[in-house]
Design a protein around this ligand. Sequence first.
Ligand code: NAD
Length: 509
Amino acid sequence: MMSTQPELQSRDRVKMLVGGRWETSRSARLGPVYNPSNGGVIAAVPFCTTDEVDRAVQAAAAALPAWAETPVVERARVMFRFRDKIAANTEELASLVTREHGKTLAEARASVQRGIEVVEFACGVPSLIMGQSLANLARQVDCQTIRHPVGVCAGITPFNFPVMVPLWMFPIAITCGNTFVLKPSEKVPLSAVRLGELLMESGLPEGVFNIVHGDRQAVDALLAHPLVRAVSFVGSTPVARQIYETGTRNGKRVQAAGGAKNHLIVMPDADLDQAVGALQLSAFGCAGERCMAGSVAMPVGGVADALVERLHQRASQLKVGPTDGGAEVDMGPVITREHLERVAGYIDIGRREGAEVVLDGRSAMPDRGGGFLIGPSVLDRVEPAMRVWREEIFGPVLSVVRVDDLEQALAIGRDCPYGNGASIFTRSGWAARQFQQYFNAGMIGINIGVPAPMAWFPFTGWNGSFFGDLHIQGTEAIHFYTQQKMTMTRWFESPRDSHHDPVWKTGKG
Ligand code: NAD
């Protein structure tokens, strides 16, 4: 059941955080936050007005001078405390992620852990933010660079990792001396609010971190705001492109991670058990709602029939169901009813285009209750011309593209409009090296189903999977959230500096 505006108006609104205070938005526009396991509305999220976004940015700008002046070791100490608070509240955060997103508790816990690692990385910013220096670069001229914060930064995040993706951004930005305005996905705003509470409890000064809610209107207000200097975005490719183009046109630095179509190549010499296990987790983990989900399997040569048969067998055994309330399931619901229908629609699109539907996820869920549940699907004999290959489905649908050899797999990869991740399963070092060197994607797995970099490495999407220069995470994030200042120094000797001057000798003035 879609909820109506009057119904939502009677509910408590998700709070926004402005200048250290939790406020109720006065916006007339509200959206529902669902529990995807049962389809019930659990909160009303306000779509903040342009004025409210402006107040949040102004609060961040007001807090900037004092925060930027705060010694970096003190800024990092806030992150040490924040890290411990997240760790101590992992179960609560994971339950919140499961409740508003629908992934299983085990998946939610793992996502919180990935987020904690970014905060741990941010604790090391004092070492990472250091500049460079070189004495006597020219005769008696010394040169030095130091890193300054860029100013007010904004983060716009997707629905699929309500805790982890916001944590990719603000801990690093803030520890680098910036202030921040987060606009979490309107579908999952509750986890971000809890993170904001924990961050404030960690001793962060008021105004350094702010949260606004909403949709395109709030995002456009951030992109147009002259005080916002940098924008980090994670979401779908069309929006990532638009954010990159608008943000850079408005003079901001922008890093914008987009959607994906990730290929999993299985060579004839692969350990098939290992490969099938990894493929299944990659394609159907988090109900396929991961930007690093393996959504295309490419069996090479004679391994195809055996691979498809085993995938079918394993996927049919997955227990799909509601994830809240402690139920033991392998796969939970997708995010909304509209998304469920979109994902299901691709099964029909694939069939119409000539793919063979080996497993139809709709048949696994005859009784969904009110939940947005769909089982795993496997489409065999998919061709690169088909929409199910070209478009991101972002659900538990695995397309199988059969290829004759590794060259053909590499050629198909070259045509892919995306370029996030790709993995190969093989026992051959030569094949693995060819793949690593020549596959058209930024994150490569060798016998790894989900080659998502942990906090210390950048999230290096290529093609339509990323717009910008400096990626999210790792030292590239330090560079993104800082601007360098170079100083050249020459001192001229004065009579006071002479070796014969008593001050020089004794140190006494
Ligand atoms: P989305 O693009 O619909 O929304 C992302 C954010 O942008 C949300 O905060 C949303 O409110 C905002 N937004 C939506 N439409 C907008 C518009 N027209 N103008 C301005 N802002 C807008 O993405 P989603 O559905 O929330 O998330 C799923 C997508 O995110 C998938 O495509 C997935 O691959 C991608 N993703 C990518 C990565 C990565 O690292 N590359 C990681 C996670 C998710």
